[in-house]
Design a protein around this ligand. Sequence first.
Ligand code: NAD
Length: 507
Amino acid sequence: MTTTNSAATAFSGTGTVLNPASGEVAGEVRWTDPSDVQSIATGLRAAQREWERRGAKGRAKALARYAVWLGDNREEIEKLLIAETGKSSTDAAQEVPLLIMILSYVIKVMDKAVAPEIRPASLPLMRVKKIAIHYRPRPVVGVIAPWNYPVANALMDAIGALAAGCAVLLKPSEQTPLTAELLRHGWQQSGGPDVFAVVQGAREVAEAVIDNADYVQFTGSTATGRKVAERAAQRLVPVSLELGGKDPMIVCEDADIDLAAHAAVWGAMFNAGQTCVSVERVYVLESVYDKFVAAVVRDVEALQMGAGEGKHFGALISDQQLAITERHVKEAVAAGARALTGGRRAAGPGSFYEPTVLVDVDHSMSCMTEETFGPTLPIMKVASVEEAIRLANDSVYGLSASVFSRDVSRAKDIALQLDCGAVNVNDVISNLMCTSAPMGGWKTSGIGARFGGEDGIRKFCRQETVVAPRTNLGAGGNFYNNSLKTLARTNRMVTRMALARPRRTAK
Ligand code: NAD
């Protein structure tokens, strides 16, 4: 038996999941033997054929029934989520609605997303052909998920894959295995076919998922993402990697300072800072720096920390996560930074860290360069917007960013100078609510993107081109039954036709 939320090393038999806020037992999990993953994938592969043949409209019905199940069972899911993560109810309450929103959107666009496309012929000679691009699902999509949003991260990509007609093999984090079982149970209870399976374990099970999947959708740290890409490359299986971040916020001198402070504090402390797109560092123009810092401290001092009801944010997932946060703050303070609030782990049981505002920080400190994933908010004074942009881009990460200015067109101009996958103007994290737009990281924050409207479904498909005669009349090709003279004439004609446009354009 093993316990999660600790430095567990063996994942066989059963395990006990502990609530990191209280140490109480949240539930039991049965670990999957890595050698069983192949037969589970084989079962999914068999069931997937019928799922694909249902067509988008048929699959939409199953996804709609699942959305209704999620809505009806929201309370039960959130209770379990709080028990296995130590989240506050406020934070836990974000996950199911996000999934229902994604399901609702996917149901709307999935038919169009996977409908065959008819493409025009590139050469007049080929106008006798009908060229169709079909979107055929990759049979088994392996989804490997992290612990920070055990419900949302388990399903937000799985929904697109199921909509595409794929089967999904989900491996949740070994630290938060319980809610995934409930989500899988809900799929079955709402009448979903056997195209969604959950396997439980750590690295070995994840590797078995990669070895048996036709596409890997990974969300987690950059270090693990690299290993996933390397392993998938052995079988030339494509991957989509949603990895770590160190998201900057820029506060211009003309910003609404109260709004910027509210957003910074929420963006940094939400889910105890354990959000890939959390605000991890702030650059403030010197003329408004003191006002901004005072507003941030005021907001942070009003926060209530604790799991469950009536609290703003809860526990860190584990002692390891707490140790990273502690190290970043300690190193910063040792190098001359000041903690205006918090600066230490909370007294009492559970892995809680006090919300911490750090000032007098710079890029020699780990709190400004490494992903903290804790309730900290380091703030740096800058002399100009150019300096803020340079520092914001001075990172190995490039997930997302935010810019605050009353001049929205100026903020948009700054946004296009930032090297990252998404920028929110006068807001934080809001791009996650825009499922019609891609959410993907640049640099070491990822490869590919989640969401993105129809692309978020199509990415789980392979394109299959079918070229067929428009009519039976004149069907037949330029084969050896033609004389060599005819073949040569045809080649000359094709070359002449293909050269017509370059000749016109080159003039
Ligand atoms: P992690 O990389 O430690 O683990 C993620 C998953 O990978 C887990 O299920 C784990 O069991 C599995 N895993 C472990 N070793 C593996 C291996 N060798 N091969 C394949 N899989 C393996 O990440 P975590 O600590 O669970 O999650 C936190 C990280 O996730 C943070 O860096 C955060 O920024 C990132 N994250 C990114 C996004 C995004 O959209 N970009 C969203 C949420 C979280």
